[in-house]
Each structure stands twice: as structure tokens, then as C-alpha cells.
Ligand binder design. Structure first.
Ligand SMILES: *Cc1c(COP(=O)(O)O)cnc(C)c1O
Length: 374
């Protein structure tokens, strides 16, 4: 390896995971969510692997992410979910990006842009079924449906989707789940009665795709499971394969005396003469500083806890009397096959979710791709 650290991304694992999700989805189509650099795995590469694995659609949060896919030559159906007024909607329409709309104001703006682009915008109407985030609820739903169908009658938009998002799908049995599924069924039926003819109704994230057959509708939108991490670790792993392995080469190994204070603040002090290694990744690369004196890594075939504080660019591990050479590989997290921690294990130690562990690995860490996803 010629870089201090890299995130190895197994594209075949992404393809495999899409296969698992397609099976779970029954006959529903799969939209692979590739927002936020595909949860840190690399937007364009992960999108290619997901499509090769059988995803029919791509989903992103921001319009800029969708336009980047188009610039990279990715032509698959792509939905942008989180939009604000004033975005370049005419570009989106010209480049065939599907748009999520949750208010009549946004419908009007997108319809005007479609007029300029000279073709109808494809929109997905977002219902708020109980998440209380984006989308329209109550009377606002009727107003949104009305605005969209009027713009459709004018030839400016085409209502291709009706969608919502679940708040507690990762807590099996949570009473809000059934309420949201029922509300979504009703709200979609209301729009269809008013004249909407959507190609796809969609509600499910990864947790719902894996555990809630009644929430599949026509399309599912798995994100985290695409990357092999389960949103419901207590329920199971579902045969998913984690796609990311974060590795770094030891920068330096040295012998230090007992009583040596390690890293900023001397929050770790060696209790005997020992070997320490410097690992050249830090919070500037996305290793959480809250992991100081807490997270484990695999070095020389053994688990070692981070000794002292995580710095911006590096941290230290205490090897005891074990030998490790500068340049030897340290595995921070991965699928766990070699004994390294998983992203889930890091998340559990930190009181967060695996999503945050992989997504925060920054652009300073090069991605190295393996496989092709098919
Ligand atoms: C991120 C996102 C998803 C995927 O959620 P996961 O829990 O990662 O599967 C699905 N739908 C929408 C609208 C999203 O923003």
C-alpha cells in the first residue's frame, strides 16, 4: 500500500447485498439509496455496483448528487429526495432526474422549470404519514395532490410516484409502524381516487425491506443494507456482507518506558515498558474522537484499544511486548472475518448507528475498489 490509509470497498459485496434485498422485496423494485457518497462508499462506484446487482433505481438526497451521477454517465432512474426552493430544477428535468415534492409551492416552481426545459418533470408526491419531517399531512396532502394533478393536466409534471418514510422501522413491533403503513395506504388511495396514476408507491427503508413484507408496495428504498450493514442488528444479519474495510499502515513503532503519557491530555499512561504504534488516521479522516481510549482495531492479529486521544491525523495503540513493524497493516473495521471490529461494533461502543461510522469516513481517505458488483 502506498497511502497511509484507505477504505477498501468490495463492490461485489454491494451487488450481493442488492440480491439479498431483491429477494426480500418480493416482486417490488429496488431503489438503492446512494446519498452521502453512498454512505461513504463512493457515489458513482457504489451506484454502478448496485445497478449491476439488479437495482432498478437510484436514490439520493440532494439534487447535486443526482446531477453528479448524470455527469458520470449514469442514466438509471434517479430520485432526489431533499430539495429546497431555488434549485436548478430545469437542469434536473433536462437530465431526467425524478424529484420529490412535499408542498404546492415546490410543485409550482418545478412546473415553471419544466416549462422552460420543454418537457414534463417527473415528481414523487411525499406524504407525511407520521415521521413529521418532509412531506404533506392532513389537509396539506389534499392541496399537494390537487396542485400536482393540475400541473399534470397542464402537461408540466407527471406524477410518477407516491412516497413516504417510516420513523421506527428499525424497532420491530413499534406501534407507529402499522399506523404509518395504514396512513400511507389511505393517502395513496386518496391521490389515486383524485386521478393520480403513479408508477410506484414506496415507503420502505432497509429495516422495512428486511422485516416488513406488508410495507413493500411497488418499490423499496434500502440504504444501509446495500452496504452490508443491518439496521436491526438484534434481529439478524440477513446474509448481508459489509462492503467497507478501513485500513492504515503503522507509521512508527517504538519502545517507551513505564509511566509515559500518551497523546493529548495524557489520558492514557503506560503501566510498564511497552511497544506503541502510531496509526495515521484521525478525526480529520472520520475516526470519532469519542473513540479515544475506547475503540479497538486489529494490529498484528490481535485486538488493540486506541490508547489516549484520537488526534486529527493519527492515534496511538499500545502493543505490549508484541512486535509490529512500521508499514504493517492495521485494520480499523471491516466485515469481521479476520477478527477486526465491525462498523456495528464501533457504533455500539460509541452509542451511535453503523450508518454514522461509514458515512463519516472522509474524502482524505482514498477508496480502493475491488470487484464489479454483478
Ligand atoms: C436514506 C433514505 C432511505 C434509506 O434508509 P436506510 O435506513 O439507510 O435504509 C430511504 N428513503 C429515504 C427517503 C431516505 O432518505
Amino acid at each position: 500500500m502506498r497511502v497511509p490509509a484507505e477504505a477498501r470497498v468490495d463492490l461485489d459485496a454491494i451487488g450481493h447485498n442488492i440480491g439479498v434485498l431483491r429477494e426480500r422485496a418480493g416482486g417490488a423494485e429496488v431503489m438503492a439509496m446512494v446519498k452521502a457518497e453512498a454512505y461513504g462508499h463512493g457515489l458513482v462506484e457504489a451506484a454502478g455496483a448496485a445497478l449491476a446487482g439488479g437495482a432498478g433505481w437510484l436514490g439520493v438526497a440532494k439534487l447535486a448528487e443526482a446531477l453528479r451521477l448524470r455527469e458520470a454517465g449514469v442514466a438509471a432512474r434517479t430520485l432526489a429526495c431533499v430539495l429546497v426552493p431555488g434549485e436548478p430544477f430545469a437542469d434536473a428535468v433536462a437530465r431526467d432526474v425524478d424529484l420529490t415534492v412535499g408542498s404546492p409551492g415546490l410543485v409550482a416552481e418545478i412546473a415553471a422549470a419544466a416549462g422552460r426545459a420543454g418537457r414534463p418533470a417527473r415528481v414523487h408526491l411525499k406524504a407525511d404519514t407520521g415521521m413529521t419531517r418532509g412531506g404533506a399531512a392532513g389537509d396539506d396532502w389534499a392541496a399537494l395532490v390537487d396542485a400536482a394533478l393540475k400541473a399534470e393536466a397542464d402537461g408540466l409534471v407527471r406524477v410518477v410516484g407516491i412516497m413516504s418514510h417510516l420513523a421506527c422501522a428499525d424497532e420491530p413491533g413499534h406501534p407507529s409502524i402499522a399506523r404509518q403503513v395504514a396512513a400511507f395506504t389511505d393517502m395513496a388511495a386518496f391521490a389515486e381516487k383524485a386521478g393520480a396514476r403513479p408508477e410506484v408507491r414506496h415507503l420502505s427503508n432497509s429495516a422495512a425491506t428486511l422485516t416488513l413484507p406488508e410495507a413493500r408496495f411497488d418499490l423499496v428504498r434500502p440504504g444501509i443494507a446495500t452496504y452490508g450493514l443491518t439496521p436491526v442488528p438484534r434481529v439478524g444479519a440477513f446474509g448481508l456482507r459489509p462492503a467497507m474495510t478501513l485500513v492504515a499502515d503503522a507509521a512508527l513503532v517504538k519502545r517507551v518506558p513505564a509511566g509515559s503519557g500518551v497523546s493529548y491530555g495524557h489520558t492514557y499512561v503506560t503501566d510498564r515498558e511497552t511497544n506503541v504504534a502510531v496509526v495515521p488516521v484521525g478525526y480529520g479522516d472520520g475516526v470519532p474522537r469519542h473513540g479515544s481510549n475506547l475503540l479497538e482495531v486489529l494490529a498484528g492479529g490481535r485486538r488493540r484499544r486506541i490508547a489516549g486521544r484520537v488526534c486529527m491525523d493519527q492515534f496511538v495503540i499500545d502493543l505490549g511486548d508484541d512486535a509490529l513493524a512500521a508499514g504493517d497493516e492495521v485494520v480499523l473495521f471491516g466485515p469481521g472475518e479476520r477478527g477486526e471490529p465491525t462498523a456495528q461494533e464501533w457504533a455500539d461502543a460509541l452509542g451511535t448507528i453503523s450508518y454514522e461510522i461509514v458515512t463519516r469516513i472522509g474524502s482524505r481517505v482514498p477508496r480502493a475498489y475491488r470487484g464489479g458488483g454483478a
